[in-house]
Design a protein around this ligand. Structure first.
Ligand SMILES: NC(=O)C1=CN([C@@H]2O[C@H](COP(=O)(O)OP(=O)(O)OC[C@H]3O[C@@H](n4cnc5c(N)ncnc54)[C@H](O)[C@@H]3O)[C@@H](O)[C@H]2O)[C@@H](O)CC1
Ligand SMILES: [K+]
Length: 489
């Protein structure tokens, strides 16, 4: 499990660890890890120069705090390995003094001037840089860079080679993943001790690029994480199949209430998501013509005209392509007393609070409608709004999007590390709903069902995209069993 903590937790853990170590040890561990990642990137990344640290041009963006200290010490290490290292200080009076002395002793220089960080020499250095190390702000920063730092970040993005952020991209909010003002857009972020929440939650996570973790020994001092992301081993452990004693009830019987005469394909895709995801059995409730279409695709399915008519199930997946005027059907599924996944059109028919274990799967537009806010506000504050909805409806919210977020009414949160832009295709959400519903039917909690389904669905999207470029939802559905099988083995 990738674990992310709040700044206060990191500070407390750092204080406890630092009390046991000689002064400066943690910063040296951080700087060594940062320099190692930069050296690795230089070794592999710049063939036109032959690769390697010797002769590479490195520019440090150095703020007023310890984040800048990390950058300076890492710069000193790279300078000792033959890199040309230039530092741009946002505040000449407050740059980390020992770090600055170390950089100078190693042959590095300062190319900013005290009145304005971005003079001609600094601009020239940025335009030639192979790597820019962003040490403007770390966990002590407020979201939104001040004007001079914002200009630095902008020029670095426009002119320089690779941007490597120290701990987190400067200017994002470390604790929420929000990025309301100017901030750095990094290619790589090297983070220390634990992931920061901003490295997992969008839009900040997107600004972090690829994240490299450097262990500085904090683990024993950290409390439970605030946000997590599954790793492959977690998914394998949680997936309920295969089981040698499996029968259809143990593997889970899912009721599917989805599709309509207007959107018959949604029923096929949602039912397919359940079947390809490994459901023991699927019972489909819906009008005759739609049910016939479902049966034509999935002869193993049992159908009935309505929720009460289909028989015993262990969970319901309701809503994908259901259309208007289906409130009574949704209410019947919610009254069955089993866990429910509610997607798409069903989200408009929810009671004010749910009293069965529930997983709601809106995209940003649907969550905005549920909460009566603007879609752009949901996109800007994804975690905030997902938490708000989870608490209001007493349900786990799976907020779809660039990085899917799953939040429980108790505030537990997971982000999904897999996925592909290819999943932004009509019907892809129907497949996810059926699959996550099947996992609910096997007895997984809404948090586990939602996060495991999102993980595997994301991998299926990647697999389909690698074959077809811009795959359809049916192709994602086709890729699902192979990914499930691979995760089970
Ligand atoms: N505390 C520790 O034990 C360790 C800390 N480390 C590094 O230290 C960092 C935290 O250092 P600090 O607590 O000094 O904080 P920062 O380095 O994040 O800097 C905070 C300072 O930046 C200025 N500032 C705040 N918001 C700003 C804004 N929006 N625009 C411009 N300037 C702004 C303020 O003057 C503030 O004092 C971590 O992120 C990490 O990189 C690492 O060396 C590992 C060990
Ligand atoms: K930074």
């Amino acid at each position: 499990m990738i674990r992310a903590h709040a700044v206060a937790d990191v500070r407390e853990a750092e204080a406890a660890l630092m009390a046991e170590l000689p002064p400066g040890t943690l910063m040296q561990r951080a700087a060594a890890g940062l320099a190692a990642v930069c050296a690795q990137v230089l070794k592999g990344g710049l063939p036109e120069r032959g690769g390697g640290t010797y002769g590479a041009r490195v520019v440090l963006l150095v703020g007023a705090g310890d984040n800048g200290g990390d950058a300076l010490w890492a710069g000193a290490r790279l300078a000792r390995r033959g890199a040309r290292v230039d530092a741009i200080l946002t505040r000449h009076d407050r740059a980390h003094p020992e770090g600055l002395a170390a950089l100078r002793a190693a042959g590095g220089s300062v190319v900013s001037d005290p009145a304005s960080p971005l003079g001609p020499e600094a601009r020239r250095a940025l335009s030639r840089a192979d790597i820019v190390i962003d040490g403007i702000l770390g966990i002590g920063g407020q979201a939104g860079l001040r004007a001079d730092a914002a200009e630095l970040a902008e020029v670095a993005a426009a002119e320089a080679g690779l941007v490597v952020a120290v701990d987190l991209p400067s200017g994002v909010d470390p604790d929420t993943g929000e990025a309301p003002g100017a901030h750095v857009h990094a290619d790589i972020t090297v983070t220390f001790g634990t992931h920061k929440i901003a490295l997992l939650v969008d839009p900040a996570a997107e600004a972090a690029g690829h994240v490299e973790f450097v262990d500085i020994g904090l683990e024993p001092y950290l409390p439970e994480p605030v946000v997590e992301a599954l790793e492959p081993g977690d998914v394998t452990m949680m997936l309920p199949y295969p089981d040698r004693q499996a029968d259809k009830y143990r593997r889970g019987v899912l009721g599917v209430l989805a599709g309509s005469e207007r959107y018959p394909g949604a029923a096929v895709l949602a039912a397919g998501g359940a079947i390809h995801g490994g459901a023991g059995m699927v019972r489909y409730a819906g009008p005759g013509a739609v049910a016939d279409g479902v049966l034509a695709h999935w002869p193993e399915i049992v159908t009935g005209p309505g929720v009460e008519a289909v028989g015993r199930v262990q969970a319901w997946a309701v809503g994908s392509g259901l259309g208007d005027g289906r409130g009574a059907d949704v209410a019947a599924a919610l009254a069955a007393g089993v866990p429910v996944l509610a997607d798409a059109d069903a989200l408009a028919y929810l009671p004010s609070r749910l009293d069965v274990p529930a997983l709601l799967t809106p995209h940003a537009g649907e969550l905005a409608r549920m909460l009566g806010v603007e879609r752009a506000d949901v996109e800007a504050r994804r975690w905030h709004h997902a938490r708000e909805a989870a608490s209001r409806w007493n349900a786990t919210i799976l907020l779809k999007g660039s990085t899917t977020l799953v939040v429980t009414p108790d505030g537990e949160a997971r982000v999904n590390p897999t996925g592909s832009p290819a999943l932004a295709t009509a019907g892809s959400g129907d497949v996810l709903a059926g699959f996550a519903g099947a996992l609910l039917a096997t007895g997984l909690s809404p948090l586990d069902a939602g996060s495991v389904a999102a993980y595997i669905h994301g991998m299926a999207g990647q697999a389909a995209a690698s074959r077809a470029g811009a795959p359809s939802a049916s192709m994602v559905l086709d890729a699902l069993p192979t990914v499930v099988a691979a995760m089970c083995s």
